[in-house]
Design a binder for this molecule. Sequence first.
Ligand code: GAR
Length: 206
Amino acid sequence: MNNTHINIAVLVSGRGSNLQSVIDNIENGTIPNASVSLVISDTKDAYAMERSKKHGIDAIFVDPASYPEKAGFESKILQLLKDYNIGLVLLAGYMRVVGPTLLDPFKDRIINIHPALLPSFPGLHGQAQAFDHGVKVSGCTVHFVDEGVDTGPIIIQKCVPVLEDDTQETLASRILEQEHKIFPEAVRLFVRGKLIIEGHKVRIVE
Ligand code: GAR
């Protein structure tokens, strides 16, 4: 049993419902030995920042427009992660590709939630890409972040059916329901030291 407390930072760009699912699972005791210590947004008015404040969590807007290069923007984030003694970074609807400035110091310690069954439909609008392609099942994926776009080792996936009368919106909301389950579950496993990365595979040791 791993009892070390982990400070989590969550990077967001918008609504923050996946952030909320992690906060809720920490508050109700499902994820022990962890706290969301910091939320960083690249978007000024992201609703995720409001959610953070309601739970007494520091939420900081880092303006990408203030930095001519991505490395400068990520250096600012890295400094905040160090200031808050962060051990795990979550990307929860964070709409940027993470570069080496953050990836190298946080190797195997950055986790992303993606709204499609990777390796299909990476990048933006995964739900819409899947819907437009006409797949009969879609879903969501939680994975470690590597240097590619949604290419890192997969931790958990969940399928949902695509129904005849679905729209992009109804499919996205069916997927989101599952995101709110598997994202906190992956965090719980990480915090308990149950995720072993072997090459491109993640072994879950319960
Ligand atoms: C979620 O569906 C998440 O999977 C997706 O953005 C949404 C954010 O919602 N992420 C990506 O598409 C990343 N490429 P939320 O802000 O309510 O968590």
